[in-house]
Ligand binder design. Structure first.
Ligand SMILES: [Zn+2]
Ligand SMILES: [Zn+2]
Length: 307
């Protein structure tokens, strides 16, 4: 039986702000590493088949990212205006998407068709292949607006995968210098999306620092610890873990806004991946739901209608 373990963490002395790398754009191998992690986590897991399917999807994302064509990016003037107003340069909803994201989607769908897919997934792939450009854009609009429950549960992982590849590609093509801090510290400085989870990192200047990981573009940005990523309150912060766990995953909850976000601790497991480990620890979401807390950010591979 899982039950809550409430853990109060000691305060952490952090390096002065100027020495902390604020932004970490996704590594070019981010989806490959995620695929490996998902494959690993799928073994002897109650959601094994789904995690295994997502491993294949992440591999298809990797292949699509590797061959992504050059796409239009915000001009230096547009970038300057965004930075000046504390707006994300590649805003998930504001940015005018290039059709290349749909070409990326088609590529991902074709790779998935070449694998052994469960019947509902292959039906979804066939259906998505036949949708018009306008219909695909409509699904993307809903997904990027956070209206996940209006997106078909079978369509969501594929469309989300393609949008992640497109945004990750753009962020990488622009480079870290293009992005500034936003007014809201809990939103991705690149695309303005909510984080999927946080990571407490190890090594060098990042030792013991907490980075939030974007649910869309996989960018990580620094946020001090023991602070709510949703409302930035530093009061009423609590930590929950599943009993018997190795402590690599905890939920950080906030009494002020009632949100929680998972934190992954690299010192307990160096291989953690925010998307993969979040999905593999849904039991902790069930526990948090029982305490009346709601997630502070989505996982684009977990449809809110499935529980
Ligand atoms: Zn982002
Ligand atoms: Zn809060």
């Amino acid at each position: 039986m899982n039950s809550a373990t409430r853990i109060i963490e000691p305060g952490q002395i952090e390096a002065p702000a100027g020495q902390i790398p604020f932004l970490r754009l996704a590594d070019t191998d981010v989806f490959k590493q995620r695929a490996e992690r998902l494959r690993h986590l799928s073994q002897q897991h109650s959601f094994g088949p789904y995690l295994g399917f997502l491993a294949t999807l992440a591999q298809a994302q990797h292949d699509a990212l590797k061959h992504f064509p050059p796409v239009p990016l915000p001009s230096p003037e547009q970038q300057a205006v965004c930075r000046e107003h504390g707006m994300p340069v590649l805003g998930a909803q504001a940015w005018h998407r290039d059709p290349a994201w749909r070409a990326g989607l088609k590529k991902i769908l074709r790779s998935m068709l070449a694998t052994a897919l469960p019947a509902p997934a292959s039906a979804a792939v066939e259906r998505l292949m036949k949708l018009s450009d306008a219909e695909l854009e409509e699904i993307a609009n809903k997904l990027l607006a956070g209206d996940l429950d209006t997106v078909g549960a079978q369509d969501m992982p594929f469309v989300a995968a393609a949008l992640q590849v497109y945004w990750t590609h753009m962020a990488g093509a622009m480079g870290e210098h293009a992005f500034g801090k936003l007014e809201q510290g809990g939103l991705c400085p690149v695309c303005g999306s909510h984080p999927v989870a946080g990571i407490v990192r190890i090594g060098g200047a990042q030792q013991g620092l907490r980075y939030l990981s974007c649910s869309l573009c996989a960018t990580e940005w620094h946020m001090v610890r023991i602070k709510c990523s949703s409302c930035e309150s530093t009061r009423g912060i609590h930590y929950y873990a599943l009993e018997g766990s190795n402590g690599a995953i905890k939920a950080e909850s906030c009494d002020e806004c009632n949100a929680y976000l998972k934190l992954l601790y690299m010192e307990k497991d160096t291989q953690v991946d925010p998307v993969a480990d979040d999905l593999a620890s849904l039991a902790l979401d069930v526990l948090m739901d029982e305490t009346g807390k709601t997630r502070g950010g989505p996982n684009l591979f977990f449809h809110p209608g499935i529980s």
